[in-house]
Design a protein around this ligand. Structure first.
Ligand SMILES: Nc1nc2c(ncn2[C@@H]2O[C@H](COP(=O)(O)OP(=O)(O)OP(=O)(O)O)[C@@H](O)[C@H]2O)c(=O)[nH]1
Ligand SMILES: [Mg+2]
Length: 259
């Protein structure tokens, strides 16, 4: 395996769609790519997984075996994933030249906030691991929505300490002007400050100045990756970042332009 990209984020932001589209895009560019589903609770996936945790973990069986409701069984299921990491590494054994995309459980807490998740990443791909945090573009066009998602991104980073991309998904639902605006906030916290004050008013000032200071000092504002997983748009930059990290850029200009 060249490297694994773990796709994380809140429920419904498009993790599975992004995972499937990225896998397809990599294949279209003639890279070897495989996709792993680590969501035991997925009823439907918008792609055909090459490795599927649902073959080993069944939510229905957990519910009846442990007498649990849907939320409790999701947590047990998430915690069981770590017992199957040897199956995943077995699956990866022959995939030397592959990029691997890993779709994670629906709710962010089931992966990011379980103790076993860092162990899963370590066992499956160790240093060859990166994360893509999938944010919701329509929410990010509000300063408060952007900040809230950045804070969640920071909390994912705190857990895994791996290279991460802040992916703004569903950009087909927002205007180009809005995307440019979000990009400006990312590059200039002072503009974000002004936008936030306009949205929320001066009353929040003390809170926000502190948060912004933390963002600045922790270098959490770096770059955003706008994509539409629905329209398969924006994946060149995602790939470039993966190639840069995993291969030092060696692979970087070998993909062929589409069209
Ligand atoms: N318009 C638009 N819709 C999208 C995009 N990506 C995903 N969606 C839609 O968003 C909804 C949720 O997508 P999923 O890929 O299932 O999201 P998820 O984060 O995997 O969701 P859970 O695993 O259930 O938490 C679906 O209706 C997708 O079709 C996109 O780029 N644009
Ligand atoms: Mg999903």
């Amino acid at each position: 395996m060249i490297g694994a990209l773990y796709v994380v984020g809140p429920a419904g932001t498009g993790k599975s769609t992004f995972s499937g589209s990225l896998n397809e895009w990599l294949k279209r560019m003639e890279f070897d790519s495989a996709i792993i589903n680590l969501d035991p609770g997925a009823d439907y996936l918008p792609y055909e997984p090459d490795f599927d945790i649902r073959e080993y973990i069944s939510l229905d069986s957990i519910m009846s075996d442990y007498n649990l409701g849907p939320n409790g069984s999701q947590i047990v299921a998430a915690d069981m994933i770590v017992s199957y990491t040897d199956k995943i590494t077995e699956f990866l054994e022959d995939l030397d030249d592959y990029y691997v995309v890993v779709d994670t459980p629906g709710q962010i807490e089931l992966f990011t906030f379980r103790t076993s998740s860092t162990e899963i990443v370590e066992k499956v791909s160790g240093q060859r691991s990166m994360m893509a945090y999938i944010a919701d573009a329509p929410l990010a066009t509000y300063p408060s929505g952007f900040i809230a998602q950045k804070m969640l991104y920071a909390s994912v980073f705190s857990r895994f300490f791996r290279p991460m991309m802040f992916v703004l998904n569903k950009i087909d639902l927002v205007s180009d002007e809005d995307i440019q605006e979000v990009k400006k906030w990312e590059s200039s916290p002072d503009l974000l400050n002004d936008a936030f004050m306009e949205e929320k008013g001066q009353m929040e000032k003390d809170y926000f100045v502190g948060i912004l200071q933390a963002f600045k000092e922790s270098n959490i504002m770096t770059k955003i990756y706008p994509v539409s997983s629905r329209d398969s748009f924006g994946f060149e930059d995602i790939y470039s970042q993966m190639a840069l990290y995993f291969t030092g850029g060696e692979d970087n200009d070998t993909y062929r332009e589409e069209g």
